[in-house]
Design a protein around this ligand. Structure first.
Ligand SMILES: Nc1ncnc2c1ncn2[C@@H]1O[C@H](COP(=O)(O)OP(=O)(O)OP(=O)(O)O)[C@@H](O)[C@H]1O
Ligand SMILES: [Mg+2]
Length: 262
C-alpha cells in the first residue's frame, strides 16, 4: 500500500500537507509523531474514514479511491480506532461478527434470516485460539473483560476480516505493562499470518521492540522513514520534534524499483 501527496485541510487548519506513505507486505510499520502532527488524519484517509483534498492512494500498485470505510474494508483494510467501537453489552462472538453475521444455510437463513450462532461461536473461538488470546468464554460480554482483553478482541476482529492491512491507532495507550506485552505479542502473530500492520504509538521502547520500519510524521507529512536497526531512539525523537533535519537519518524507504508488492 502506498500514498503520495495526501493533503487535507480543515478550514484554516492543516491536517495533512503532501503526506507520503509506504507499507510493505507483511511488515509492522510504526507511525510516530508529536500530538497534532497528523497521524490520525493520515490513517483515516487510508481507512476510508476521510477523503483527502488531493493526493493518491495505491493498492497493489493500482490507484484506488476510498470513499468510505466500507470501500477500505472490501479491499482488505481493517482499522481499530482508539475508541475501539466494540459493543460492550454484546458478547465476544457478537462483536466479532458485528454487521457481518452468518445466516443459517437454506431457507432458515435466506428467508427467515436466522443467525447461525453455533458456527459464529466456533469461528470466533478458533480465531481467538489461533491468535493465542485467552478468555474464560466466548460468550462473555465485552463489559466483563479487562482493558487488555477488550483491545485483544478488537485486534482479533480486525485480523479476522482484514485480508491485507490492519491499522491500529494507539492500541496500548491505556494498558498496563503485562497487557501491553500481550497486545504486542498479538500484533506479531497478526504479522505471522501475512498481514501488514500500521501501528500508531507514542511509546519509543514499544516501537523499537516491534516495528520493522518507523514512519516519522511531522507537520502534516512524512519527515522520514527509518529502520530501528540503524537508527537510535534519540534520533527518531529529534526528527519528530524538528531538532534534527530529516536527512540526518538513514532512510529505510524501499528502493523505487523494488516498490512494495502491494
Ligand atoms: N475534524 C477536525 N477538524 C478540525 N481540525 C482537525 C480535525 N481533525 C484533526 N484536526 C487538526 O489536524 C491536525 C492533525 O490532527 P491529528 O488528529 O491527525 O493529529 P495526531 O498526530 O493524530 O495527534 P495525536 O498524537 O494527538 O493523536 C491538528 O492540528 C488537529 O487539530
Ligand atoms: Mg491521533
Amino acid at each position: 500500500m502506498q500514498a503520495i501527496g495526501l493533503t487535507k485541510h480543515y478550514g484554516q487548519v492543516v491536517g495533512m500537507e503532501g503526506a507520503d506513505f509506504e507499507l510493505a507486505r507483511g511488515e509492522i510499520l510504526a507511525v510516530v509523531g508529536d500530538n497534532g502532527a497528523g497521524k490520525s488524519t493520515l490513517i483515516k484517509a487510508l481507512a476510508g474514514a476521510l477523503i483527502p483534498d488531493s493526493g493518491q492512494i495505491y493498492i497493489d500498485g493500482e490507484p484506488v479511491r476510498l470513499s468510505s470505510p466500507l470501500d477500505a474494508r472490501l479491499i482488505g483494510i481493517e482499522t481499530v480506532y482508539q475508541e475501539l467501537a466494540l459493543a460492550t453489552r454484546l458478547d465476544i462472538t457478537q462483536n466479532m461478527f458485528l454487521g457481518r453475521e452468518m445466516r443459517k444455510p437454506g431457507v432458515l437463513g435466506s428467508v427467515l434470516r436466522q443467525l447461525d450462532k453455533k458456527r459464529m461461536r466456533q469461528q470466533a473461538a478458533e480465531q481467538m485460539h489461533n491468535l493465542g488470546i485467552r478468555v474464560q468464554s466466548i460468550r462473555q460480554a465485552i463489559e466483563t473483560l479487562s482493558g487488555g482483553q477488550r483491545q485483544a478482541v478488537a485486534v482479533a476482529r480486525a485480523a479476522a476480516w482484514g485480508r491485507k492491512v490492519v491499522i491500529l491507532d494507539e492500541p496500548t495507550a491505556a494498558l498496563g505493562v503485562r497487557e501491553t506485552h500481550q497486545v504486542l505479542d498479538l500484533i506479531r502473530r497478526v504479522r505471522e499470518h501475512g498481514l501488514s500492520v500500521v501501528l500508531i504509538s507514542h511509546s519509543m521502547p514499544e516501537i523499537f521492540a516491534i516495528a520493522d520500519r518507523i514512519h516519522i510524521h511531522r507537520l502534516g507529512r512524512r519527515a522520514a522513514i527509518v529502520s530501528p536497526k540503524t537508527t537510535v531512539m534519540s534520533d527518531v525523537v529529534a526528527v519528530m520534534t524538528g531538532a534534527l533535519p530529516s536527512d540526518a537519518v538513514v532512510s529505510a524507504a524501499l528502493a523505487p524499483a523494488g516498490a512494495p508488492d502491494f
